[in-house]
Every structure is written in structure tokens, then in C-alpha cells.
Design a protein around this ligand. Sequence first.
Ligand SMILES: C[S@@+](CC[C@H](N)C(=O)[O-])C[C@H]1O[C@@H](n2cnc3c(N)ncnc32)[C@H](O)[C@@H]1O
Length: 369
Amino acid sequence: MLSYRHAFHAGNHADVLKHLILVQLLRYMVQKDKPFLVVDTHAGAGGYSLESDYATKLGEFAGGIGRLWQRKDLPEAVAAYVDLVRRFNRNDRLRFYPGSPWISWQLLRPQDRMRVFELHSTDSPLLAKTLAEGKQQIQITAGDGFAGLRAALPPPSRRGLVLIDPSYELKSDYHDVVQAVQEGLVRFATGTFAIWYPLVAKVEAHRLPEKLAHLPAHRWLNVTLSVHKPANDGFGMAGSGMFIVNPPYTLETTLRETLPWLTQALAQDDHAQFTLEGGENPVPTARKARPDEYSLEATPPRQAPVGAKPGAPRRPPIHPFAFPGAKAEEGRGPKRPAAPGRSGAKPGTSEAKPRPRSQGPATNSRKKP
Ligand SMILES: C[S@@+](CC[C@H](N)C(=O)[O-])C[C@H]1O[C@@H](n2cnc3c(N)ncnc32)[C@H](O)[C@@H]1O
């Protein structure tokens, strides 16, 4: 039984990073006339009230979208994302926050299609309601997104974007994500896959980007944004990451320009930082991986980043091209006061308790570069 409800976390710093990148990916997709498919494997409810008891209980949105809402100096990529949140609110007051499927839907053209999956029995009907007007082009499934992804790929048009955004409530999610992308690449080697993951003190979370980097994709980009120092007791989520397989070429430049500003805007202490690194794989991606070649259990060591101590990579195909470990000076910022939470509207129906997306003891702290 799933207990995670995104309503407790909607609009937090992790949503900002994820949705900002999602908007950039979609803006790139619509540049070509050819239709494309969006698959959102873990869609959530599609929209959230920031005045509900869920959102105000933790008030996480105050440290995310709440930090950006009133700013007049948003970089272009941040403005594009905040504009969509404004559209969801229909006026100047921040009362609601859109989920990933609603954001994607706004950027679809009539020829594009979307498939969304949500397993939670409370959130899937809410999702159907939120997307009701889009039913001509959106297929909504109350079911398992990992299984659904297999059936959705490849898209008939051979153009597509897959967002994989589990709650990591189940330890198996880490394994399932890698397997889903691995299988997805076999079916659809040129597809873009965007995977969100938490920066938490768990060995599975630490290893996830390493495993993804060794899948046989042509290119990848890994972005992290931490808003504060990891807690000494290993609990909580100091930041999050987005791993993009087959990113558009423009994304790296956009993020390099945007992340210093965003890190400063969301910083909760002077440990806030971002990282941006990528790799290229010259191996033709259309071939099938042998089952033993990209074992999920024994991932070969990742190629050392440029400028790092030479390691002993077993496989040569990953060629990092960007700057790893950018603890950008501009990316550090002073602690900012959190915007006040709001209360008022009654929540929908749920007995669920607030739950961090993932947390656990410090088995393997994520190393800061
Ligand atoms: C982090 S939330 C999604 C948030 C959403 N992508 C957004 O950005 O607005 C993860 C969601 O995945 C759902 N979920 C968990 N396991 C799932 C599965 N195997 N298939 C589909 N949905 C699942 C949870 O109920 C939860 O609503």
C-alpha cells in the first residue's frame, strides 16, 4: 500500500528543479513539427492546493515556488516555468501548484499525445479530473507506470519524452528506474528520458546516477541542486537531481546559465550548491544490450570526470564533456526567510501521513565535490 502523497511536497525546491527542466525539454520538443509522445510514469494528482492542510503542514512550497513567485529578476528559463504556475493560478496570488502532467499538457500541440500513470487510488481519480479537458490527447491509466512504459514505447512518431518521477517510497524503485530506462532505450534508443531522484543518505540514491550513466545512451546530463547541508543524522532531503538521457543539445547551456541564479534563490544555508555534468557515448545506441552487459547489480565504474584523478574505468564509452562538481561561487547564497505558509481550504480525502520522499540512515552520504 502506497502512503506517499505528493500534496505534502508540491511546489518545493525539488519540484522547482524538476518542472523547470521539464518545461525546457518540452520547449525543445515543440520546435519540430513532427508529433511527439510524453509519458509520465508517476504522475501524481496533476494539481495541488497550497492552502490545503497537506501543503501547509510542512510548508515546503515556501522554500520552492514561494521563493520565486514575487521575484522580478527571473532568468528566462525560470520565467518560462513560473509563467505556467501563474497560468494554473489564474491570478496573482499563489494558491495552487501544477503537477508534471498538467505542465506537459500545457505545452502539447494538437498533434502531440500524452500517456500518464498513477497507482495511488486517491490520486489517480484526482489526476483524471485535473486532465479531464485533455482527454482527446491524453490517455490516463490508474496503474503501474513502470509496466505501462514498456507498452508505450516506442511511440509511433519515434519522438518522445519520458518523465520518471517515483516517490522512492519503495527501495525497489531505484532498481526499477534503471531497468525501465535500460529497457526503454532498447525499444526507443533516441527517446529522451528524464529521471528525478532525491539527494539523500542512501546508497541506492547515491548509485542511481552512476548506474544511469552507464546505460547505452548516446548522451546524458546529470543535474543536482542542494539547498542546504545534509543533516548530520542522515535524515531528510538536502536536494535533488535530474538525470536526462538523450537531452537536447541546448539544455546544458541553459542550465549552466540558470543554475547559479536558481541555487542562490533557493539556498537555505551556505552549503547550497549545484552540479552539472554530462557524458557522450559513441557506441551505436540502436543495438540491443546483452543481458549481462549493463548489469544493475554490478555497474562498472564511471569514467573519471575531466580534471579528476584518473580512475580505472572498465568501459570507455562515456566521455564527460561538462564541468563536474561546480560548487559555484554564485551558487552560494545567504539564508533567506521562508515565506509564511497558508491555511484554509480543507484537504481532499486521505489518511496518509506526511512523508519525505525518501529518507534513511547515513549509510552512504552523497559526497559533495
Ligand atoms: C513524486 S510523485 C509524482 C509527482 C509528479 N510527477 C509531479 O511532478 O507533479 C510520485 C507519484 O507516483 C505514484 N506511484 C508510486 N508508485 C507508482 C507506480 N509504480 N506507478 C505509477 N505511479 C506510482 C505515487 O502515488 C505518487 O503520486
